[in-house]
Design a protein around this ligand. Structure first.
Ligand code: DOR
Ligand code: ZN
Length: 443
């Protein structure tokens, strides 16, 4: 039998949809065997996983890494360290950087920075504009980002005709289009009317300006365009019942539509707005309890394909400005998996379902090669968790440069304790201990 570089032993591993007691043999960064201890090949070393659960490396398909002119908020070093500490082994990065990534050239340059600094594996989306359709055919991206509503940065496509041509191009390029679906016209109208009144509004106004109907209308338009063009679309951060109804119907019609939900739309609601602070300003905004329960319902019914952070770090100094100046976005890399594990401990969903949502399905949707499963031939990307560890979430202990979390003070059960990427331990006992990120490959 082939000799392994090392065997992971003593833990419970998530294999073929079940949690089983078995070991994993790793050679040259790949999983070469999954078997009971007695049947593992001989190995130079053993990684002891006693008392731990081992998931396939978690994949986050929606991360705003920043860097370049926004290093004070985050860069590839701090974002990837935060990812590793959150048990995440692969991140797909968004293009609304400064400057934005809207050309194949800019994409390559951004990936050069990632190659030098990232400790986790990565892909990068190219951003669609009303004039860069030809750039979108590049094979260098992990997908195309289409912002139907304005948000941080200046990426925005307002004209339906342009959206259609972007979707047509995506089909030719064989890429999935990730859609930020909020209707720009509705948002703009309300925003300008409010601004005219001149008064400083309370934080909860954000959920009125960008209301559920603005999201539903945009999702409905995106689905219609996907039907017309046969484009594969992925709806980012669904947060309302109305959007979910549109998505269920599209799925019933066999359209190529998938979707994600963020932890902040599952674990926070409008009730969490602080009367004085714009800290929780995010696009799309926090929703009513009724929408939160619709999101949970859809998650449990399998309508939602994955959970993704939409990690969008801004420093508190920026967030604590007035409503007009406070940037939208919340950090999430270090809290997504813990919050999901806590939900497993509270019997809200199964661990198998969590693995589908944050490991297997993200790899499937973006066709990531050798990622998303513990299986022979796959990358040895492993997330070791202590499922029962109770701890308090504290932003000042996090690795994200922004240094805060919307979940401050929450006590959760379940903690990622070790993160392995292609056979190398990257995070252990609270520290990043190495790691060299590599760009994902596609099937
Ligand atoms: O709240 C948000 N922040 N929503 C987005 O779509 C972008 C993000 C950011 O980049 O800050
Ligand atoms: Zn985003």
């Amino acid at each position: 039998m082939a000799k392994a570089d090392f065997n992971v032993q003593g833990g419970r591993i998530f294999y073929k949809g079940e949690l089983i007691e078995a070991g994993i043999a790793v050679q040259d960064g790949k999983i070469i065997k999954v078997a009971k201890s007695a049947s593992l090949p001989t190995a130079g070393e053993t990684v002891n996983a006693k008392g731990l659960v081992i998931l396939p490396g978690v994949i986050d398909v929606h991360v705003h890494v920043r860097d370049m002119s926004q290093k004070t908020k985050e860069d590839w070093t701090t974002a990837s360290h935060a990812a590793a500490a959150g048990g995440i082994t692969t991140i797909l990065a968004m293009p609304n950087t400064s400057p934005p990534i809207t050309t194949a050239r800019a994409l390559k340059q951004y990936k050069t920075i990632a190659r030098k600094k990232s400790v986790v594996d990565y892909g990068v989306f190219i951003g669609a504009t009303e004039t860069n359709t030809r750039e979108l055919t590049t094979s260098e991206s992990c997908g195309i980002k289409l912002a139907m509503g304005s948000t941080t940065g200046n990426l925005l496509v307002e004209k339906t005709e342009k959206m259609r041509s972007i979707l047509e191009t995506s089909v030719k390029a064989g890429k999935t289009v990730v859609v930020h679906a909020e209707d720009e016209e509705m948002i703009k109208k309300r925003f300008l009317a409010l601004k005219k009144r001149g008064r400083e509004p309370p934080p909860k106004i954000h959920s009125v300006i960008r209301d559920p109907e603005a999201a539903r209308i945009a999702v409905s338009r995106a689905i219609r365009l996907s039907k017309q063009t046969n484009a594969k679309i992925h709806i980012a951060h669904v947060s309302t019942r109305g959007e979910l109804i549109e998505i269920v119907n599209a799925k019933k019609d066999g359209l190529l539509v998938s979707c994600e939900v963020t932890p902040h739309h599952l674990f926070l609601s409008e009730k969490d707005y602080d009367a004085k602070s714009h800290k929780l300003k995010v696009n799309p905004p926090l929703r009513s309890r009724s929408d939160v329960s619709a999101a949970w319902g859809a998650l449990l019914e399998g309508i939602i394909d994955c959970v993704a952070t939409d990690h969008a770090p801004h420093v508190l100094e920026d967030k604590e400005q007035d409503y007009w100046s406070s940037p939208s976005g919340l950090p999430g890399l270090e809290t997504m998996l813990p919050l999901m594990l806590d939900s497993v401990n509270k019997s809200m969903l199964s661990l198998a379902h969590v693995a589908d949502l944050v490991c297997t399905n993200p790899a499937k949707i973006f066709r990531l090669k050798n990622k998303g499963k513990i299986m022979e031939g796959f990358d040895a990307d492993l997330t070791f968790v202590d499922l029962k560890r109770e701890w308090k979430i504290r932003g000042d202990e996090f690795k994200t440069r922004c240094g805060w979390t919307p979940f401050e003070g929450r006590i959760v059960s379940g903690k990622p304790v070790k993160t392995m990427i292609r056979g190398a331990i990257v995070f252990e006992d609270g520290d990043v201990v190495g790691g060299r990120g590599r760009e994902v490959q596609f099937k």
